[in-house]
Design a protein around this ligand. Structure first.
Ligand code: 5GP
Length: 189
């Protein structure tokens, strides 16, 4: 059995990463998305265990102590981390694993897992991103400002990624993402 490939997908807030990944995965077989742990409060449309495993700061710190994360990082005042055992087991069983994580965590995984393929999803203008973050209506004004400052910082990391996908046109970006995943995947499917 061949090992699966690890894909790391990052990109600024509001760029449409989650929708692109979910739509791509509903059309492809042999791929699985890792569900992260986070201390961020659950948003009203989110379900425990589906988008994230929502935990308290104390629970998260316990997981760090037990060395159960492949990577973890703070983002916008909350902690986010990737479950190590799940990812390794899936790769070993031939599944291609997708991590949708921010740039600091992505750099940690790139260092540890040299075969990982890194994809950065962005749009062509910062103004477009600001409008999307505000229009999404899931964050309050303070959170929106923090997220826009972070976006400016995140864009500087693009150079460390293997491939950049511009999401100006959703269907084109989806097709590009699927093509990259198919052409780089491992496993047996
Ligand atoms: P959100 O709160 O909008 O769901 O996610 C905020 C940011 O955290 C996004 O950039 C998302 O990709 C990132 N993120 C989600 N899970 C993880 C994780 O396990 N590790 C890291 N480093 N970032 C994550």
């Amino acid at each position: 059995m061949n090992n699966g490939k690890l894909f790391i997908i990052s990109g600024p807030s509001g760029v449409g990463k989650s929708s692109l990944i979910n739509d791509a995965l509903s059309d492809l077989s042999g791929f699985i998305k890792s569900i992260s742990f986070t201390t961020r409060p659950k948003r009203k449309d989110e379900v425990q265990g589906r988008q994230y495993r929502f935990v308290t700061k104390e629970e998260f710190e316990e997981l760090i102590k037990k060395d159960l994360f492949l990577e973890w990082a703070p983002y916008c005042g909350y902690l986010y981390g990737t479950p190590k055992e799940f990812v390794i087991n899936q790769l070993n069983s031939g599944e291609n694993v997708i991590l949708e994580i921010e740039v600091k965590g992505a750099m940690q995984v790139k260092e540890k897992m040299k075969d990982a393929f890194l994809i950065f999803i962005t749009v062509s203008s910062l103004k477009q991103l600001e409008e999307r973050i505000i229009g999404r209506g899931t964050d309050n004004a303070d959170e929106i400002k923090k997220r826009i400052d972070i976006v400016k910082h995140e864009l500087k990391y693009q150079k460390y990624y293997n491939c950049i996908i511009i999401n100006n046109n959703y269907n084109e970006a989806l097709l590009n993402l699927k093509n990259v995943l198919i052409s780089k995947k491992g496993g047996n499917s």
